[in-house]
Design a protein around this ligand. Structure first.
Ligand code: SF4
Length: 202
């Protein structure tokens, strides 16, 4: 735990870095709707949620997980919107901060690869209270654990908690995956909620 002057200095550095991110145009030429970084951080956050990249609705509103996937994620975590968006406790730092567009097949394009190397390590270094990181979706999982099947890392929840937990991207496409993997609802979610809610109550 940092002392009060240290906390203030960290918060000031984090605010300066967030302003720098807000002005980023590093991959603007590749962004169909232009840069609009969507990231929420604080020096006091204890939980970090890392997903992939904003969709169009998140781009329009500037509010992360402000869509059907966000509703499903909050349901998995047992969090109200108020708890989920309490930046003092919960930081939201995706793998790519701006809407990356779509693939030719209509699916979401991957997060821009320029983004995480530019910003992620610097941001996380200014959040010293983080205790639990949720890696949501294959891009965040691969960034941390390397390539491989997403389900393998999700199934390792007992080994990863209480520090980390890998989750599938909570889109409607995951409904069939959940049915095929009943341990996700029966075992993983209760274990994750217990750690998460204890962390948020500290
Ligand atoms: S996606 Fe990341 S690197 Fe690209 S413009 Fe947005 S903030 Fe900058």
């Amino acid at each position: 735990m940092e002392s009060s002057p240290e906390r203030s200095a960290t918060a000031a550095r984090l605010a300066a870095l967030t302003a720098e991110i807000g002005a980023c145009r590093a991959c603007a030429v590749h962004l169909p709707l232009g840069p609009r970084p969507v990231v929420r951080v604080s020096a006091s956050a204890r939980v970090l949620i890392t997903g992939q990249a904003p969709g169009t609705r998140v781009h329009e509103t500037g509010i992360p997980w402000n869509d059907a996937s966000g509703e499903r994620l909050r349901g998995w975590l047992g969090l109200t919107s108020e708890q989920f968006y309490d930046t003092a406790r919960v930081a939201i730092v995706p793998m790519g901060f701006c809407y990356p567009g779509r693939l030719a097949n209509g699916g979401d394009a991957p997060p821009r690869r320029e983004c995480a190397p530019l910003w992620r390590t610097r941001l996380l270094a200014l959040m010293p209270e983080l205790r639990l990181t949720l890696l949501v979706g294959s891009y965040a999982i691969a960034h941390t654990f390397g390539p491989g099947p997403m389900s393998v890392q999700v199934a390792r929840f007992r080994a990863l908690l209480p520090d980390r937990c890998a989750l599938p991207h909570p889109s409607w496409r995951t409904i069939a995956w959940e049915r095929r993997n009943p341990w996700f609802t029966a075992d993983l979610l209760p274990a994750l909620r217990a750690v998460l809610h204890a962390e948020l109550a500290r």
